[in-house]
Design a protein around this ligand. Structure first.
Ligand SMILES: [Zn+2]
Length: 294
């Protein structure tokens, strides 16, 4: 993933379009104090909205360099080499490109995008911590070692959809290490965005956390079951082979290579930090249909 920029599609129909890299005029959040304040505000606002904060609390406040730009094709980009997150200017306060818009003013779609990118930053952070730590109990190991096992077991050979809109036409691909790591990261980030968007939708009329209402939890789990059945939880990667890239700038994984229940369970517990009885209910409701060999 190191030399790759991870991008999130804003408009699905543009997936074959040219990349829109952030140009040098992008505005950034200035200074460590500004970054620390913005991070503290983000955590506070996420908590008020009852959105997941477990993984965000693990990240050093000044780790991510936030920038805002007029992105055309993608709503956001994350550059691991520089720990740089470029968000569309519409996600900044008053669209001025200086600091993040209050989370309470964001649409559910914007929060989905933000959480997708924050998850990329979290995975980047875990790898940085791992690289610089001589202590095996540095706290980043659990999810990373699980990720590497899944990468080897599930993402080295995948099914893709050569034509994005024809979901049932699939082909096999053997991925390089870089491609399989990107495919895993995108699949997982898609799920984190999905989880947040659906939590917000379920809570929309209730005005309180879904965790205080068993019916709302039931609804969220029901939505997840449907997403698995429809094959919605699929990631993508940029082919390294120039010939393949000439055919498609991105390759989308097919339903047989979508997220597994086991992966969802790990992400719900270790990243989103949902309560244990919630996880038990989720596993009990979906496990019989989708057993992973990994
Ligand atoms: Zn992404």
């Amino acid at each position: 993933m190191n030399h790759l920029t991870i991008r999130l599609l804003w408009v699905l129909c543009c997936w074959l379009g040219p990349f829109s890299l952030a140009d040098v005029s992008a505005a950034s959040v200035k200074g460590a104090d500004g970054a620390n304040q913005m991070w503290a505000r983000l955590l506070d606002e996420a908590g008020r909205l009852r959105l997941p904060t477990k993984f965000l609390q693990a990240v050093r406040p000044d780790f991510i360099h936030f920038e805002f730009d007029d992105l055309r094709t993608y709503a956001a980009e994350y550059h691991p080499d520089e720990h740089r997150m470029v968000l569309n200017r519409s996600l900044s306060f008053n669209s001025a490109g200086r600091t993040l818009k209050p989370l309470g003013k964001m649409t559910h779609k914007e929060l989905e995008v933000l959480y997708h990118e924050l998850f990329h930053a979290y995975m980047d952070y875990l790898q940085v911590i791992e690289k610089h730590s001589s202590n095996p109990d540095h706290g980043s190991g659990g999810l990373l070692s699980f990720a590497r096992k899944q990468q080897a077991c599930r993402y080295e050979e995948v099914r893709i959809t050569p034509v994005a809109l024809r979901k049932d036409d699939t082909e096999s691909r053997y991925l390089t290490k870089t491609e399989s790591w990107e495919a895993l990261n995108e699949t997982w980030a898609v799920f984190i965005g999905w989880a947040v968007w659906n939590q917000l939708e379920v809570q929309r009329k209730a005005g309180k956390s879904m965790f205080r209402d068993p019916q709302k939890i039931h609804q969220w789990i029901g939505r997840l079951k449907i997403a698995f059945e429809k094959g919605d939880l699929r990631g993508y990667y940029v082919p390294e082979d120039p010939d393949e890239r000439r055919l498609a700038q991105k390759r989308y994984l097919a339903k047989p290579s979508q997220l597994t229940v086991k992966e969802a369970e790990a992400l719900i517990e270790q990243v989103l930090g949902f309560q244990h009885d919630f996880i038990k209910r989720f596993v009990a409701s979906v496990e019989p249909h989708t057993v992973s060999v990994c």
